[in-house]
Write a protein that binds this ligand. Structure first.
Ligand code: GAL
Length: 682
């Protein structure tokens, strides 16, 4: 068997979480698994995610032989392994003997043993026990030819938790972290504005985690606590990486959870070789699939953007989840479409939770490739196997390509934390939902975007869209200024440039007043009921959120409010700055407004969809391309996806070849419900 490696697999990975540790007393099941995997075109599994108690049944007694046998047998049958470190769930001997490994919540109550994703990241015992088991695994399997990479823990911080532990180990670590950051209590008090309500700290020992039982109204403190929780968990993860690297050069990943509020994944990405994530869209739950489809595309794009490289879809359900109130079956076709959507957005894999349904406990009715009954004779199995064939077919065109957008959206975790904590005009304001509302029109237009945070480079892009950039992190305004003056187009909104890194408001002018050419004044929150609109290019667009009251100070006014006491105030402005331009959207409006604005900007800059097509509603397209070497033509492929529950007609304005069938396509083509067609230049 040829040597393969995660991140450079030489094909599209197809497989998923496999838990043979639950079936070790049933060898016939393990044999059946192998035969069924081959029939399902599975080429890789993830092993050992929750297997700690099988790998180390008693403290210090390791039993890795069963795992060695399985890895070897899979390998001999053409199936590779991504090997997990088992810290996602702790064995009873560990939690029973060492209380400190269990998290303490914000009310000061320590958890009992059980569940998962709940260790204390500061506990010295937990760190030591983790180092020992991880090192053993690396030593034993780090150079096995069937093992292609490391899967660190599982959905770190996930499962309803916020990754935070408030125990005394963590309190002390928080104080240390703050000491390092501020150097003195005076600086900390100034940054946190603790003179408010007389809460000035006079001794380091008084400083504690942000908590509902104590202090959670000092915004600077809340923000630093979130930063600390993020860095503490990341530090634990870093130790796990160090442990596996002690005996292995294989790449590492950690499965992420889309827009996971607690962790700043841009920081995590720097520690990982490959980005992977777990995607569980709530298909078939709303009036249509489009909102969910756009949101999922945004999440995939975020994952790709973290390293600007293809990523892995580490988990998805082949049929149904079981943890929502209502769990709908994926309709025929949706499994292939949602899997190919991931590939369209930059994934080099389609992996599942889970290979086989367990017989007991809380996930026994969660979807799996193999059900409790019927082996390969199920609708789900057939759809999975068929998808495996399709992935094999398109792999030669896909492998080595990636999405290369010229447009970026600023998505910043620290800004998210600050927006949600602002206590201002609209306490229902949701940064993520607003961000997604700004993303969706681009998705509808078949335009890919990258996401960058406020530390990310803006120069590779022609257009940068920055909704609700409330907090301007250090250096951000300067970088935007340089980007625009060199010819970039910057589009931003109200509720931007309000506070600095410490969540202290700026005084004086808006930090980008010169670039935007406006002066900001008040802000109104019309709430759910808003009769106002903005007129842009002769059309009225409904306002759906905040209304910023601004004055032009050099900028051209392109749209105005139509009602209320601020009727006639600027609602959209454009300012030329250096070689570039900056748009300021004063109010949050319905999608049609953004489509109009984006359409105009993209046309001006020649950034329209690369596939020559007239799209229908609910049909979108993603482009992956090979990097053009030495100025040569770059090879492109397009994924045309119909998220409608009905057929849709699109018009191809040039000749394209269907990568899977070789058929030449031109003019009007009919896409069945939930179809995805992969095209290349004809
Ligand atoms: C994921 C988790 C898996 C499994 C799955 C069920 O969040 O990583 O272990 O629980 O959800 O949907």
């Amino acid at each position: 068997m040829e040597r393969r490696i995660m991140g450079n697999f030489g094909g599209i990975i197809h497989g998923g979480d496999y838990n043979p540790d639950q079936w070790l007393d049933r060898p016939e099941i393990l044999e059946e698994d192998l035969q069924l995997m081959k029939r399902a075109n599975v080429n890789c599994v993830t092993l050992g995610i929750f297997a700690w108690s099988r790998l180390e049944p008693e403290e210090g007694r390791y039993d890795l032989e069963w795992l060695a046998g399985i890895i070897q047998r899979l390998y001999e049958n053409g199936i590779y392994t991504i090997l997990a470190t088992p810290t996602g769930a702790m064995p009873q001997w560990l939690t029973g003997k060492y209380e400190e490994v269990l998290q303490v919540n914000e009310y000061g109550v320590r958890n009992f043993p059980g569940k998962r994703h709940n260790y204390c990241p500061s506990s010295p015992v937990m760190r030591e026990k983790t180092r020992q088991i991880d090192t053993r695994l690396a030593e034993r399997f780090g150079s096995h030819p069937g093992v292609i990479g490391w899967h660190i823990s599982n959905e770190i911080g996930g499962n309803g938790g916020d990754g935070a532990c408030h125990c005394e180990h963590c309190q002390n670590a928080f104080r240390e972290w703050l000491r390092e950051k501020y150097g003195s209590l005076d600086r900390l008090n100034a940054a946190w504005w603790t003179s408010f309500w007389s809460h000035t700290y006079t001794d380091w020992s008084q400083v504690r985690s942000a908590s509902a039982r104590g202090e959670d109204l000092v915004h600077g403190q809340n923000l630093d606590w979130k930063r600390f929780v993020d860095s503490r968990q990341l530090d634990f993860c870093r130790e796990e990486i160090r442990a596996v690297r002690s005996h292995s050069t294989l790449p590492v990943t950690a499965n992420m959870m889309e827009f996971f509020y607690t962790f700043n994944y841009f920081r995590w990405a720097k520690e990982l070789d490959i980005i992977s994530w777990d995607s569980y869209p709530d298909w078939h739950s709303g009036a249509d699939e489009l909102r969910m489809a756009a949101r999922t595309a945004a999440a995939h794009s975020l994952m790709r953007s973290l390293k600007k490289k293809s990523f892995l879809l580490m988990e998805s359900t082949p049929s149904v989840v079981n943890w929502r109130q209502i769990n709908r079956l994926k309709r025929p076709g949706m499994h292939a479409l949602s899997s190919l959507q991931a590939v369209a957005c930059g994934s080099d894999s389609v992996q599942y939770f889970q290979w086989r349904k367990s017989r007991g406990s809380s996930e026994k009715y969660h979807g799996a490739v193999v059900d409790h009954r019927n082996g390969a004779d199920t609708r789900v199995f057939r759809e999975v196997a068929r998808l495996g064939e399709r992935l094999e077919k398109i792999a030669p065109k896909v492998v080595g390509t990636c999405n290369r957008p010229r447009i970026a959206m600023v998505f910043d975790w620290e800004n998210w934390w600050a927006v949600q904590d602002a206590y201002a005009v609209d306490n229902d304001l949701d940064y993520l939902e607003t961000f997604l509302d700004f993303f969706r029109p681009l998705w509808e237009m078949g335009i890919d975007v990258d996401m960058v945070d406020m530390e990310g480079a803006l120069d590779p892009y022609s257009v940068v869209i920055a909704p609700l950039n409330y907090m301007y992190r250090k250096g951000y305004a300067e970088r935007v200024r340089a980007f625009v003056s060199r010819g970039g187009c910057y589009i931003t909104t109200c509720w931007s440039g309000e506070v600095d890194d410490s969540d202290l408001t700026f005084t004086g002018a808006h930090p980008l007043e010169d670039v935007l050419g406006i002066r900001t004044e008040e802000i109104d929150a019309p709430g759910g009921y808003c009769e106002n609109s903005v007129r842009y290019h002769g059309t009225d667009h409904r306002i759906t959120g905040l209304c910023g009251l601004i004055h032009a100070k050099g900028a051209e006014v392109l749209a105005e409010y139509q009602n209320d006491f601020y009727k006639g105030y600027p609602a959209l402005t454009r300012n030329v700055y250096g070689d570039g331009e900056a748009y300021y959207i004063a109010s949050i409006n319905e999608g049609s407004f953004l489509k109009e604005l984006y359409g105009h900007v993209l046309r001006e800059r020649g950034l329209e969809c690369g596939l020559q097509v007239r799209l229908a509603e609910g049909v979108t397209v993603n482009e992956r391309s090979r990097a053009a070497e030495d100025g040569g033509q770059s090879e492109k492929i397009w994924f045309l996806q119909n998220f409608n529950r009905e057929p849709a007609s699109v018009e191809l304005l040039a000749r394209y070849e269907n990568v899977e069938t070789g058929e030449m396509l031109n003019g009007t083509i009919e896409l069945p419900p939930f179809a995805c067609v992969v095209l290349m230049e004809g």
